[in-house]
Design a protein around this ligand. Sequence first.
Ligand SMILES: Cc1cc2nc3c(=O)[nH]c(=O)nc-3n(C[C@H](O)[C@H](O)[C@H](O)COP(=O)(O)O)c2cc1C
Length: 139
Amino acid sequence: MLSQLVYVSNRTNKPSEKEIEDILEACKRNNPDLGITGALLYSDEKFLQLVEGENSTIMGLYDKIKQDKRHENCVMLSYMPIKEKSFPSWHMGSKKIKSDSIDYKTNITPEDKVIFSSLLSGNEADGSKTKEIIQKFFK
Ligand SMILES: Cc1cc2nc3c(=O)[nH]c(=O)nc-3n(C[C@H](O)[C@H](O)[C@H](O)COP(=O)(O)O)c2cc1C
């Protein structure tokens, strides 16, 4: 069964592009074989990642990611079965978001902004809505 998991976490190190590159390297190395796709949004303080793939694989990966010292306080925001992947062509799309606000030109509505801020604060949310908002960052 295909599932999608979204979590938010706090970065522990001084933010650097090298750190992001290293994480994306690991994604490139491992995710294709695992059949995992998704998106990683990050600010100087936070990671917000959506991963999608087979249920059993997702849980194993999340357990591994949670133990990574580059972040802490991983909070699962949503976890649900999906019919198909929404990020099929990326191993792990990534995008920097400006400190914890969305102040650039996406077609994000005021309602989305409220939901997104709430996500960054670690509040659970509707998984489909969360996915839609994350997708908007890549349009
Ligand atoms: C925010 C964040 C997201 C990550 N996402 C992934 C991921 O999607 N896939 C992955 O294999 N590793 C991911 N990692 C890295 C893993 O925690 C781990 O370091 C890596 O999988 C080890 O790879 P290796 O077994 O090939 O050495 C992520 C780490 C962080 C901090």
